[in-house]
Structures are given as structure tokens and as C-alpha cells.
Write a protein that binds this ligand. Structure first.
Ligand SMILES: [Zn+2]
Length: 405
């Protein structure tokens, strides 16, 4: 078999395309394949699809293809422009690449498969391309798949923010709880962020009025944004954020108290964790403290009691439990605990809404770990746009429609 015939079969080329020659340079680790079409060939118009348009002229182009063994492979061809009666002069879309790309479809599919599994910089190093070119490919496929996303039927959301880089910028994630997918990721964490989501939802066939349950932290900006843009959504304040507010109070109490009580030194994490998660030794340390005299220990008990709210069997039981807890906390004479209890009071209904919705941002823990992985993969990239693209790629459950490798 001639090498041109072999390559033509391997590339899966159909008429009028044929391999006209190939040059293999083992020193340069490079295979160059020339593709051509027979004179007089006719092509479909890339715009309207009209068949049998004559070639008007050609433009020489090159595409990086999958490696030939350990050697880089490039396809070269004269890409014809056709004259269509309706559309005028248009560049024909070649079957092995999408318009405007310097890579073949299969090379792009390989890149997209690799970036889902490792940092983009690492992929760039392995394939020997500048990562700017790879980001262009990533954005193309993610944008195209996002455009196809169907948001109809979305009713329950978890909304959470994540620091984009070094805690400076925030990206807010909107997660469709029922399908465990990131619907929308956007810069910022204010009321306008919710408005941007509502627009995006509508653009993808969803209905802001159909959103019935949302879980958020206690951010007043989110609360305001939801009232304005998701008018039928009942707010659940995320229980992990609620517990954290009480936990922060415990930590504040300990920090002040250990100025006088040396025995509290080195005990910080004992108070911040749950008893079940402590090691035997840590439990012993905690048990050995004269807890009755410590404000820290009382604050800690109040925090544990708050967590028990979520063990109550019904919203009625929960409401009466929370009332008792609030009385206890506000009569503790421990300032940080009283302040935390007042915060709870201000978010009362949204905390109790949990009994109805049973939603929490912790439900999206799997997504959170994917987002952390996304940060790793986008590392070294200042642009939040890149981070968002990787978040969608990993956690958006997108239909990427890549050619099969
Ligand atoms: Zn046309």
C-alpha cells in the first residue's frame, strides 16, 4: 500500500479530498500531510448548504493533527472558497476541522479530554502548544455546549460563592440541586449577581418564577437579589453557614478567655469540631478541662445545642426548640454568643425553612470539590473567564459533542 493511500484511509478522507503527498522528517519529529481535491470539484455552500458550488479560489491552510506515533503531524490543504448564487463568496468548511481553528477536530477532542483531567498548563506542555491556543479551544466548546443547556424544569437552587484567587474576587455558583450541575457561574456576590442569573436562566428556557426553593448563606445582598428576581423562591439559610456563625462566636470567646486561662492554649480545634470527629486523645484533653468554670465550654455547649436543631422531627418541634435555644443563648451573658443568637433571630424563618426544603449547600459538596479541582486546573490564569470555563467543563454536565477519538 502506498503511504498516501494509507494516510488517506487513516484520516478517513472522502472524495473529493485525497492525500496528495507526505513528508516525514524523523530529525524534526514531524509528519506533514498534503491534502488536495480534484480539479473541477464542487462543494456545498457553508452558509446555506446549496450543493455543487464551483470553487472560486483557494487559501492555503495548516492544521495540527493527532501525533503520528511520537511525531507531530500537520495537515495542509488549499481550502476552497466557493461562489454561491445566494450567499456570495464563502470559505468551505473542511471535514476535519472547524472554521477558524488551527487544530483538527480530533486534536481538539484530545485536548478537551486531557484538560478535564489535568491542569491546562500541563496539557500545553505535553502537546507542545502554547496554552493561550488551548484556552481558545476550551472556550469554544464550553460556550457552544453552554448555549445548548436546557434550564427548563429547574426549580431548586443552591447558591454559593467561591474565592476566585487569593480571596480577592468572588465567583458565585448557581447549582441546580436536582440535577447536581452548575447552571451558572459569574463574577461578584451582590444582588446584581442574582439578576444576571435570572437573565441567563431565561435565555436557556428556564423560568425565574418557577424557582421555588433556594439555599444561600446569610448575605443580605443575596436575600435582596432573590426577592427582586426570583419572586416565588422560599429562602433556606444554609445550615453550615448558620452553625459557622455560632462556631465563630465560640472561637472569639476562647481567644479572649485564654488570656487569663493558660489551660486553654492549644485547644482551639477541640472547640471548633464535633465531639464525634475528635481523636481519643483529643477527647481526653477536652474531658480533662475544668469545663464548668470556662465560658468557652458554655459557648461550646450552646453551639452543640444549636446543631441539634436539625435533629428535630418537624418544623413545629424545630420552631419551639429554636425559641428555647434563643432564650438560653441570649441569657448566657457571653457577648459573642448573644450577638450570634441575634443574627439567628434576624434569619429565623429562613433557618426554619430547612425543615420544609431540606436543602443545604453541603448537598453540593461533590460540586465544591470539583470547583476546587477547577481552580487547580486553571491555575496561573488570572482571568476569571478561564476559571468559569473549567467549572462548567467539570461541573456543568454539558453535552460537549466532541468527535469520538
Ligand atoms: Zn449559500
Amino acid at each position: 500500500m502506498r503511504d498516501t493511500t494509507l494516510l488517506q484511509l487513516a484520516l478517513g478522507l472522502a472524495p473529493p479530498w485525497t492525500v496528495s503527498r507526505s513528508d516525514f522528517d524523523p530529525e524534526a519529529h514531524r509528519l506533514d500531510i498534503e491534502i488536495d481535491f480534484a480539479p473541477g470539484s464542487r462543494f456545498a455552500c457553508p452558509t446555506c448548504g446549496a450543493a455543487d458550488c464551483p470553487a472560486y479560489d483557494t487559501e492555503r491552510m495548516t492544521w495540527r493533527h493527532l501525533n503520528f506515533f511520537q511525531h507531530e503531524a500537520y495537515l495542509h490543504a488549499r481550502a476552497p472558497r466557493v461562489r454561491c448564487d445566494k450567499c456570495g463568496i464563502k470559505t468551505v468548511t473542511v471535514p476535519w476541522a472547524r472554521p477558524g481553528s488551527g487544530f483538527t477536530l480530533l486534536f481538539e477532542a484530545l485536548v478537551m479530554t486531557m484538560v478535564a483531567a489535568m491542569p491546562v498548563k500541563a496539557v500545553a506542555r505535553i502537546v507542545g502548544e502554547h496554552d493561550t491556543r488551548l484556552w481558545r479551544v476550551i472556550h469554544h466548546y464550553v460556550d457552544a455546549a453552554r448555549a445548548r443547556t436546557d434550564a427548563s424544569g429547574v426549580t431548586r437552587l443552591a447558591i454559593d460563592e467561591t474565592a476566585a484567587r487569593r480571596g480577592q474576587d468572588y465567583v458565585t455558583l448557581f447549582v441546580d440541586i436536582d440535577q447536581a450541575r452548575v447552571m451558572f457561574a459569574t463574577e461578584g456576590n451582590d444582588a446584581a449577581t442574582i439578576a444576571a442569573f435570572a437573565d441567563d436562566l431565561t435565555a436557556h428556557g428556564g423560568d425565574p418564577d418557577a424557582i421555588s426553593q433556594v439555599c444561600i448563606d446569610m448575605s443580605p445582598a443575596f436575600t435582596k437579589g432573590i426577592a427582586e428576581n426570583l419572586p416565588n423562591a422560599a429562602i433556606t439559610f444554609d445550615k453550615f453557614h448558620a452553625v459557622k456563625i455560632i462556631n465563630d462566636a465560640v472561637d472569639k470567646v476562647r481567644r479572649v478567655e485564654q488570656e487569663e486561662q493558660d489551660l486553654l492554649r492549644g485547644t482551639r480545634y477541640l472547640w471548633l469540631r464535633n465531639p464525634q470527629t475528635l481523636s481519643a486523645r483529643q477527647r481526653k484533653t477536652l474531658g480533662g478541662l475544668p469545663t464548668r468554670h470556662l465560658k468557652t465550654a458554655r459557648a461550646y455547649q450552646i453551639r452543640l445545642a444549636f446543631q441539634d436543631l436539625y435533629q428535630q422531627p418537624s418544623v413545629q418541634a424545630g420552631a419551639s426548640y429554636l425559641k428555647k435555644w434563643y432564650f438560653w443563648a441570649t441569657h448566657s451573658r457571653i457577648e459573642p454568643v448573644i450577638a450570634a443568637a441575634r443574627t439567628v433571630k434576624r434569619h429565623w424563618d429562613g433557618i426554619l425553612q430547612w425543615f420544609d426544603s431540606k436543602i443545604a449547600n453541603g448537598l453540593i459538596e461533590g460540586i465544591n470539590s470539583m470547583v476546587q479541582a477547577a481552580k487547580g486546573k486553571a491555575r496561573g490564569y488570572r482571568s476569571t473567564r478561564n476559571l468559569k470555563a473549567i467549572i462548567y467543563l467539570l461541573a456543568g454536565k454539558l453535552d460537549m459533542r466532541l468527535p469520538a477519538l
